[in-house]
Write a protein that binds this ligand. Structure first.
Ligand code: ATP
Length: 134
């Protein structure tokens, strides 16, 4: 089966770098599956779990949004933050989820902080999903 190199990087570190068979990401318009030899393109990604297929196994990486770039040599995901399931601190994500929920219940939807709290809640839920599925 053909492969392409996938790199997942954040401003802090290289989270993943391997030859893979397929990558499934969530762009703003929905899910996109990328196979080796895909045409070059760039797209924004939402808070989501990246699914990586390699040698008949599937691995997941939680990302907090970013960009996907496909070029002839490799696929690059430049994420604001990214964690492998085993790196996710469940207690921290649970605390972040509860904090965001409490805050959202307190402030109104018209508050300028509403979107920020909503994104924080989405990141926490996304991490919990990735950690629990592992
Ligand atoms: P928190 O409120 O818990 O800080 P956050 O969503 O605001 O969560 P980010 O700003 O997205 O955190 O990430 C800051 C750094 O902390 C990144 O390096 C990210 O990978 C890491 N990080 C955040 N939450 C977790 C977690 N639950 N487990 C492991 N690493 C985490």
């Amino acid at each position: 089966m053909s492969t392409i190199r996938l790199e997942i990087v954040t401003p802090e570190r290289i989270v993943y770098g391997e030859e893979v068979n397929m990558v499934i990401v969530k762009g703003e318009l929905g899910e996109i599956g990328i196979l080796p030899k895909h045409a070059p393109f760039v797209t924004p990604l939402v808070i989501s779990v990246v699914r990586i297929k390699k040698d008949g196994t599937e691995q997941e990486v939680a990302i907090s949004g970013g960009f996907l770039e496909v070029n002839p040599e490799k696929i690059v995901i430049l994420a604001e933050s990214a964690e492998l399931p085993a790196e996710i601190d469940i207690d921290r994500a649970t605390a972040a989820k509860e904090r965001a929920e409490r805050y959202l219940a307190k402030i109104g939807a018209e508050s300028i902080d509403f979107r920020r709290a909503e994104l924080s809640l989405q990141r926490a839920i996304n991490r919990l999903k990735a950690a629990i599925r592992k």
